[in-house]
Design a protein around this ligand. Structure first.
Ligand code: AMP
Length: 470
């Protein structure tokens, strides 16, 4: 499917293709038509699934038909739990709106009011805000809501966890009636549904569950690091995390042997199985690991094939595997039979394409961590979902997962082995009494918006009555 088929105009589809997006993600395919149709929406979707574009693109499509009439007003409000997310969403909007004459501004606490007030006076179409700061500015009459047509509650579960419910309710009660509301949340828990009951009347409900490749029992995260710092970082993580055992995957047999001695120098005992060791030595090491006598086992992907360790708490990808399916197999060694497991990957800039392929395979981004003292000098860019590898890589993929590209170290192949073997804090009691109330009505309960109640800036198809989920 293409973005054009979703009913988005060329300036928007050009913008997304300039960002390397070739087709909409699952949440975009489902949410964009609903939002373009003027319906309210509640969507269960994790960060990393492309959810930002799934609400920003239809809002841009609708807003481009009109303009914000007065200063200190905007036509779309996106409420987010944290300043970091506010900045991220605002920067996505700027990218998606690069070919449109629409302006977005960001509002969060902990910084001076002046710049945000100035941006409101200069005029904005979309406000991305944390609830507390928005209420502050509303109380100071720096922002008015009567031109608002769209409301997004992004990461609603997190906003509730952070205690923003009172602030959200105050904002909701001041917004115009019949605003179109889109709620996104990682989970549709009871408190989120409770919020949705008053905030999002008659919604269409969609749920994008994680790809089955990502089991919820496995906590997956990655650490970005420069390549030459990986062994020091691994020692650090092993000492900090104190897993009872960890299976550490590495690409080459030479790398495996070297890593054992690098860890040893830092006082961590590990052993390795790889094609350079005899069958008997490998079996002995594996038995020690299975019996819990060895804490850390370093293994090449080939040598570790078929290894099944009961209750293994952690799998570490010292090197990212290729192709992406190999990642799914590797992490599946932990989190078995309902037990919780962790899968950690050390990722340097030269692993970027590999990472894109893995995250595209999973259908979501992996949580990223940077560890103090190991901040990469060469940052790893944020992945593109739906990443399509170049033909040359696909060919390599087809040969054998042991074939590396020219720049990567030569991976161990099955033939290298010996004999064959299986192998902004929420504001409480925020001063609100000074907030203007004249131009806004209370909106409880809210009615679905009709075409008549909308401004002339709405797209033709955007005024239909919201329909409940089927
Ligand atoms: P989000 O879930 O909105 O935080 O998006 C996660 C990442 O996916 C961001 O880096 C986006 O740039 C990227 N992304 C969003 N939509 C697409 C798409 N259709 N194709 C490729 N990448 C996308």
């Amino acid at each position: 499917m293409s973005f054009t088929k979703l009913g988005l105009c060329q300036p928007i589809t050009d913008a997304v293709s300039s960002l390397g997006y070739t087709s909409p993600t699952r949440i975009q395919q489902q949410a964009i038509p609903v939002a373009l149709d003027g319906k309210n929406l509640i969507a269960a979707a994790q960060t990393g699934t492309g959810k930002t574009a799934s609400f920003v693109l239809p809002i841009l499509e609708a807003l481009r038909h009109g303009e914000t009439k007065k200063k200190k007003r905007a036509r779309a409000l996106i409420l987010v739990p944290t300043r970091e997310l506010a900045i991220q969403v605002d920067s996505s909007i700027r990218q998606y709106a690069q070919n449109l004459a629409l302006k977005s501004m960001v509002m969060y606490g902990g910084v001076s009011y002046e710049e945000q007030k100035k941006a409101l006076i200069e005029g904005a179409d979309i406000i991305v805000a944390t609830p507390g700061r928005l209420l502050d500015l509303y109380g100071q009459r720096a922002v008015y809501f009567e031109e608002m047509e769209y409301l997004v509650l992004d990461e609603a579960d997190r906003m509730l966890d952070l205690g923003f419910i009172e602030d959200i309710n105050k904002i909701l009660s001041r917004l115009p009636e019949n605003i179109q509301t889109l709620l996104f949340s990682a989970t549709l828990s009871n408190p989120v549904r409770e919020l949705a009951r008053t905030a999002v009347p008659d919604p269409v409900e969609i749920s994008i569950t994680k790809h089955s490749a990502s089991k919820k029992e496995i906590a997956q995260w990655l650490v970005t690091v420069d390549k030459d710092q990986k062994s020091a970082l691994l020692s650090h993580i092993l000492s900090e995390e104190r897993w009872s055992q960890a299976l550490i995957f590495i690409e080459t047999k030479h790398g495996a042997a070297k890593l054992v001695s690098q860890l040893e120098k830092r006082g961590i005992h590990a052993d390795a199985i790889h094609g350079g060791r005899s069958q008997a030595a490998r079996e002995a090491v594996l038995n020690q690991f299975k019996a819990g006598e060895l804490k850390y086992l370093i293994a090449t992907g080939v040598a570790a094939r078929g290894i099944d360790i009961e209750g293994l708490p952690c799998v570490i990808n010292y090197d990212l595997p290729f192709p992406a399916d190999e990642y799914v197999h590797r992490i599946g060694r932990t989190g078995r039979a309902g037990a919780q497991g962790e899968a950690v990957s050390l990722v340097s800039k030269d692993n970027f394409k590999n990472l894109c392929m893995i995250e595209s395979r999973l259908g979501h981004l992996l949580e990223r961590r940077v560890i103090e003292g190991f901040e990469p000098k060469k940052p790893v860019p944020i992945s593109i979902l739906n990443y399509k590898p170049k033909a040359r890589r696909e060919q390599n993929d087809g040969q054998d997962n042991g074939e590396a590209s020219n720049s990567a170290p030569r991976r161990e192949r099955a033939s290298d082995r010996g004999p064959k073997r299986d192998g902004d804090k929420p504001r409480r009691n925020a001063p609100f009494s000074d907030a203007p109330k004249d131009s806004e009505k209370r909106r409880s309960p809210r009615k679905p918006r009709t075409q008549d109640s909308r401004s002339s800036s709405r797209p033709k198809n955007a005024g239909r009555k919201p329909r409940s989920a089927e």
